[in-house]
Design a protein around this ligand. Structure first.
Ligand code: HEM
Length: 323
């Protein structure tokens, strides 16, 4: 009897530990986390992002992509911001090298936050707030950011290569990549609406605009891009807007472009190519408010992605290296 109640106690403790592990990750985030620790946090980050966006409208897009590439790789832990250390970091991973940018926007925001509240605020939270501010500064929705993330002490190039979907992906692969993170197909489609801002390099859309068999693409749109991005090669770095309708405004122009088969990346057009997301794309194309509402919720869900329990974490002072 004593022995069996001991077993039960051990089981109870194991259950408690498992539950508190879960609670210690995503559930611990709170909109109030810095109310006492750093009351000036949110206006401080917003000013830094506003300055960057005023100087370069594309800075907002850069920050948004940083947030996605952070959260999809071992959770939102600012690992993407780490420079290479003893191990190769995420910055040099296939989807990031010569492509991801905006690191200096987060550096500037974090320096301003450090001046106001030394050692209190994680780089991962600064990035989450900056992403929300980038959206609203470019004309998109706003939402309450949940905070209390901590920063990784190391980054994983392999995990970045494995977890970030590529522009050649078909719809099933896109759905699967988001499902692997606990995000639905609807979240995936709403989040892809970020491609309403920003640019892609010719290397990522050459195949699509140069008459790959089976590409669902508007012929005039493709012809207009072939000059800058020829089939013969070269010009890998030539940029084109992901949203040809309203390139720098955060609106539903991206979805309107998809309906006209003017998605820039193969993966973009996959959201509207006779598959499960067609109806949602049409809805977002005709109803910007529905897109904004789903998008804000999906950003909160993506921001909840947490590092695995047991990952060594800290509040980094400099976002580029562990303390
Ligand atoms: C659904 C799967 C996705 C794929 C396959 C994908 C792929 C890409 C690719 C290939 C580029 C161009 C990069 C370059 O040429 O250098 C790009 C740009 C961008 N992506 Fe995505 N992306 C996806 C989802 C997302 C999500 C969920 C977000 C944010 C929430 C996002 C934000 C951005 C932004 C803002 C840019 C423009 C960056 C700039 O102008 O610097 N993407 N994406």
């Amino acid at each position: 009897m004593v022995a069996s109640s001991r077993v039960l106690l051990v089981l109870d403790l194991a259950l408690l530990a498992a539950v508190s592990c879960l609670a210690g990750t995503a559930a611990a985030l709170s909109t109030e986390y810095y109310n006492k620790r750093c009351p000036s946090l949110q206006p401080t980050v917003r000013s830094a992002v506003a300055r960057a966006v005023a100087a370069d409208p594309n800075a907002g897009a850069a920050v948004l992509r940083l947030f996605f590439h952070d959260c999809f790789v071992n959770g939102c832990d600012a690992s993407v911001l780490l420079d290479d250390g003893t191990a190769p970091g995420e910055k040099g991973a296939g989807p990031n090298a010569n492509s991801l940018r905006g690191y200096e926007v987060i550096d500037a925001a974090k320096s301003a936050v450090e001046a106001a509240c030394p050692g209190a605020v994680s780089c991962a939270d600064v990035l989450a707030i900056a992403a929300r501010d980038a959206v609203s500064l470019l004309g998109g929705p706003s939402w309450n950011v949940r905070m209390g993330r901590r920063d990784a002490r190391s980054a994983s190039r392999d995990a970045a290569n494995a977890n970030l979907p590529g522009p050649g992906s078909g719809l099933p692969a896109l759905v699967a990549a988001f499902k692997a993170k606990g995000l639905s197909a609807r979240d995936m489609t709403a989040l892809s609406g970020v491609h309403t801002v920003g640019r892609a390099r010719c290397a990522e859309f050459r195949g699509r605009v140069n008459a790959n068999a089976g590409e669902a693409i508007n012929a005039t749109f493709a012809a207009g891009l072939r000059g800058a991005c020829p089939a013969a090669g070269g010009a890998d770095g030539a940029l084109a807007p992901l949203d040809p309708v309203t390139p720098d405004a955060f609106d539903n122009g991206y979805f309107r472009a998809l309906v006209e088969r003017r998605g820039l990346l193969h993966s973009d057009q996959e959201l509207f190519n006779g598959g499960s997301q067609d109806a949602l794309v049409r809805k977002y194309a005709s109803n910007g408010a529905a897109f904004f509402s789903d998008f804000a919720k999906a950003m909160v869900r993506m921001g909840n992605l947490a590092p695995a329990p047991g990952t060594p974490l800290e509040v980094r002072i400099n976002c580029r290296r562990p303390n």
